[in-house]
Design a binder for this molecule. Structure first.
Ligand code: ZN
Length: 493
């Protein structure tokens, strides 16, 4: 077997193990009985150990170092080797003792975060978060960075992204979006009908239709229920989504279904022949999120979308929606209203939640703020950007699980995803004649095809910035999101 094929075989074996773990995790979140938890944790740990052995195998390192300059390889193969060597070198930077210390600190922090949130007492979490921040600073040093320690953390989720690139984006959010939200709120709409009783089975059937219409392939996936909706994939021919149904809140199922559907279409659009290789994987978390947000916001929250679906859903829920007209429904679906909880936020104020977390994380990594000062800083920033008084630490600084997982640098990818989505969608509108009409008649095949050819099939061939430039002719900027917001909310009747 030639060296490239040896490399491919090793990577695909590691993928087999990782995706087998993913099946077990999917099962854990959906169907596993309560008592299965402890043995499942053991099974996952064993598999993680095997996958780690394979991906840090010395022979793999030798192969990668020999293949990196091989001019006989084609462009895709060279890109695979480049990415794999980078990953390999990154993994090698972590001493085993550090990995163990981090993993222990995370499980401790996750438990104390949970308790602190339940008891509404930040002090229960504080020492464990201090420990994690300390480890994150050490991790940044291990990984190395040019300008800012936070860059090393960002790079793990969004390769190449830096503080210097995010700051101007959020400066635009601060300078443009904060005032814009003040200008359009409070919105005059009575959205109480969204919280009438919507029976589960009817909601489920409607959600399945939304997914099928988007082009989600049910022969290569399935939908189930879970308490936190997610998308997982075992290969591009088996991509699963979950949703959550609240019988007294119609928003919940609709947005989670379309959002996860957008993630899933990306995974289903990757090429099976690139299974287990970088060319068979998504570019980054930000680009992944651009796919879910494009479907959720630019498509799903548009008036065109509801021109098609409103008569359908109105027929299903006649007693709840029979007397509500399309415009009122559309406005209620898009109500902008500052709130405490990120995951319930509308598509505009959502970015203030992210901006706050970004500012805090940067200050933590600059050691300019102490963990003990976070509740106070959090509340001050919510007052400043959202104009609201945070009522408790449970609904404030403790609301998200991310920090207890040690995931610093993750939050910005959510906002980046929405901004990419707006920029991509503006290009799609220019490049697909009659797109608006297609959306208004429930026809998404051309849009999906456009996403497939421009984004999905490439895997990691292009970086996020290269991809954005190829599609839109410029790097990521905030202008498109702001234009989208203005056109939509100023045009609302
Ligand atoms: Zn998402």
């Amino acid at each position: 077997m030639n060296q490239y094929n040896q490399y491919k075989t090793m990577l695909q074996k590691a993928a087999d193990i990782n995706y087998a773990s993913a099946v077990l995790q999917w099962d854990q979140e959906t169907y596993m009985p309560e008592n299965g938890a402890s043995m499942r944790a053991r099974q996952l740990a064993t598999l993680a150990g095997y996958a780690h052995e394979l991906s840090t195998d010395k022979h793999l390192g030798v192969l990668l170092n020999e293949l990196i300059g091989d001019v006989k390889l084609d462009g895709q193969q060279q890109a695979n080797i480049r990415h794999s060597l980078k990953d390999y070198k990154q993994r090698a930077k972590y001493p085993a003792a550090f990995v163990e210390e981090m993993s222990l600190a995370i499980s401790k922090a996750f438990n104390s975060w949970h308790e602190a949130k339940t008891k509404n007492d930040f002090k229960l979490f504080q020492p464990d978060l201090e420990k994690l921040v300390d480890l994150k600073l050490r991790e940044a040093d291990l990984l190395g960075y040019k300008e800012h320690p936070y860059d090393a953390l960002l790079d793990q989720y969004e390769h190449g992204l830096t503080v210097a690139q995010i700051k101007p984006l959020f400066a635009d959010v601060r300078n443009q979006l904060v005032d814009f939200v003040k200008q359009i709120t409070p919105m005059k709409v009575d959205s109480s009908f969204m919280h009438l009783h919507y029976p589960k089975n009817e909601q489920w059937d409607f959600g399945m239709k939304l997914l099928a219409d988007m082009g989600y392939d049910f022969k290569a996936g399935r939908q189930d229920m879970s308490s936190h909706p997610f998308t997982t994939n075992f290969n591009s021919h088996d991509v699963r989504v979950t949703t959550r149904i609240d019988e007294n809140n119609l928003h919940e199922m609709i947005w989670s279904t379309i959002h996860e559907g957008g993630h899933a279409l990306y995974e289903q659009g990757l090429l099976l022949e690139n299974y287990g290789l970088p060319m068979g994987e998504a570019v980054s978390l930000g680009i992944h999120e651009s796919q879910s947000r494009l479907w959720e916001n630019n498509v799903g929250r548009s008036l065109n979308y509801w021109k098609h679906y409103y008569p359908i859903i109105q027929k299903i829920f006649t007693s709840q929606l029979g007397n509500v007209d399309l415009n009122t429904f559309y406005k209620a679906m898009n109500e902008v209203k500052p709130s405490f909880i990120r995951t319930n936020a509308d598509e505009l104020t959502y970015h203030f939640h992210i901006m706050i977390r970004f500012e805090i994380e940067v200050q933590l990594m600059e050691q300019k703020v102490k963990v003990s000062e976070l509740p106070e800083l959090w509340n001050a920033l919510y007052k400043e950007y959202l104009g609201i008084d945070v009522p408790s630490v449970s609904q404030g600084v403790l609301q998200d699980v991310h920090w207890s997982h040690g995931s610093l640098g993750y939050f910005p990818t959510y906002s980046i995803g929405s901004f990419y989505a707006a920029q991509f969608f503006a290009s799609a509108k220019k490049q697909i004649p009659g797109l608006e009409n297609q959306l208004a008649t429930g026809n998404y095949s051309e849009l999906l095809q456009w996403l497939r050819t421009n984004i999905h099939v490439h895997g990691k061939l292009y970086s996020a910035d290269e991809l954005c430039n190829r599609i839109t002719g410029e790097s990521l900027n905030f202008k498109y999101f702001m234009d989208y917001a203005k056109e939509k909310y100023l045009g609302m009747k």
